[in-house]
Design a protein around this ligand. Structure first.
Ligand SMILES: NC(=O)c1ccc[n+]([C@@H]2O[C@H](COP(=O)([O-])OP(=O)(O)OC[C@H]3O[C@@H](n4cnc5c(N)ncnc54)[C@H](OP(=O)(O)O)[C@@H]3O)[C@@H](O)[C@H]2O)c1
Length: 338
């Protein structure tokens, strides 16, 4: 295999991403220069934020340029090396792009030491950005107190499901809001969450009143929109909202109602946006704590893998229609070549 397939952004989407916005092209496989390594990508993370990267305006990263390889968060293996720090066969995390191969200086990559009892894909999911995001938003922004009530949106998703379980482990009363009975059942029966709300079928306001009779102390917000308004109407004094993301608006835009925002004033509550990158200095410590929980069977996670780089638009579509069960990854090549 001497070619390299890669996605380029052809046109900026105004709503959902379709085949017209992205183009899959085949180019020559890159050759590493002095001090560089050649990496074969194995897993490509497909996060909701990828949709934001396609917008004209910068997000937390500069806007994806048109006509260039789509940015991508990858896990791969070193196949050729001109740096003894990263020998051939080393698994690495990096910003390898939506493509099968890339070259980079060794210093730009993070070598992995996978535990034999943990699937390799977990190192680009629960034990990576999603885990650190869940941990940082819960501990640093929500600042939980035992016995308090925490509501989590997109609760069965990759970040949300970890927040639910970490919160329950701290003695919080956790209410998870997710789309569909299967996701809600998984949260209750596998993840041990006390209560769930199916926002697609339930009367969310009535269920919140029933499940949070003493009000809401913390919200871990992944979605935004009308459900966040309902949560803000039920905030207790000095409540905290960790604004992790607003996935409901990534394709469509949207705003919160002024009445709901005014509750932040009348309850002296705090809504704080946060970015996982500001917490990377805790990466090794948090990943090791989460790995211990995974090995003890105390932290459940799901990884939703589609085979083949060509399925990028399908994977994005799954995220925005709630069809992903856990972290959405594309597998671009085998973990080990035969
Ligand atoms: N701040 C940070 O540094 C940071 C880092 C990582 C992720 N994030 C954010 O965290 C959130 C979750 O990301 P994730 O990677 O864990 O994805 P995820 O939750 O695994 O997948 C996205 C989920 O969002 C829900 N969803 C999609 N469109 C929706 C809509 N219109 N209304 C309600 N729910 C909708 C779907 O679940 P249902 O089936 O339940 O609808 C879907 O499965 C996103 O907002 C993301 O941008 C932020």
């Amino acid at each position: 295999m001497t070619h390299n397939r890669q996605w380029i952004l052809r046109e900026r989407p105004q709503a959902e991403v379709t085949g017209q916005h992205l183009q899959l092209r085949s180019v020559a496989r890159p050759i590493p220069g002095a001090g560089e390594v050649l990496v074969r990508n194995i897993y490509l993370l497909v996060p909701p934020a990828m949709r934001l990267w396609m917008n004209e305006e910068d997000s937390y990263v500069p806007a994806q340029p048109l006509g260039e390889t789509m940015m991508g968060i990858t896990l791969g293996v070193v196949e050729a090396s001109d740096d003894p720090a990263l020998p051939v066969g080393t698994y690495v995390n990096g910003m390898g792009g939506c493509q099968e191969w890339f070259t980079a200086p060794a210093a730009q990559l993070m070598p992995l030491a996978p535990h034999p009892e943990v699937p390799l894909a977990a190192y680009r999911s629960v034990l990576d950005v999603q885990g650190l995001t869940a941990w940082a938003g819960l501990h640093e922004v929500c600042r939980p107190q035992p016995g308090q009530t925490l509501v989590v949106t997109a609760a069965a998703g990759s970040v949300g499901s970890l927040v639910c379980q970490l919160g329950a482990g701290l003695g919080l009363r956790v209410v998870g809001i997710a789309g569909g009975p299967d996701k809600c059942r998984w949260l209750r029966e596998e993840c041990g969450i006390a209560a769930t709300i199916d926002y697609k079928a339930d009367d969310v306001a009535a269920r919140l009143d029933a499940l949070c009779p003493g009000g809401i102390d913390m919200v871990f917000e992944n979605v935004g929109g009308p459900v966040l308004d309902l949560l803000m109407e039920r905030l207790n004094d000095h409540a905290r909202i960790a604004l992790c993301g607003m996935v409901a608006s990534y394709n469509a835009g949207g705003t919160q109602s002024a009445n709901a925002l005014m509750r932040l004033v009348t309850k002296a509550a705090r809504l704080e946006g946060f970015l996982v990158r500001d917490h990377f200095h805790r990466y090794a410590e948090v990943a090791s704590r989460l790995q211990a929980l995974v090995l003890e069977g105390k932290l459940k996670y799901r990884i939703d893998i589609l085979d083949g780089l060509e399925h990028l638009t399908v994977a994005l579509d799954r995220l925005f229609h709630g069809r992903n069960l856990g972290v959405q990854l594309l597998r671009l090549s085998p973990e080990r070549l035969a």
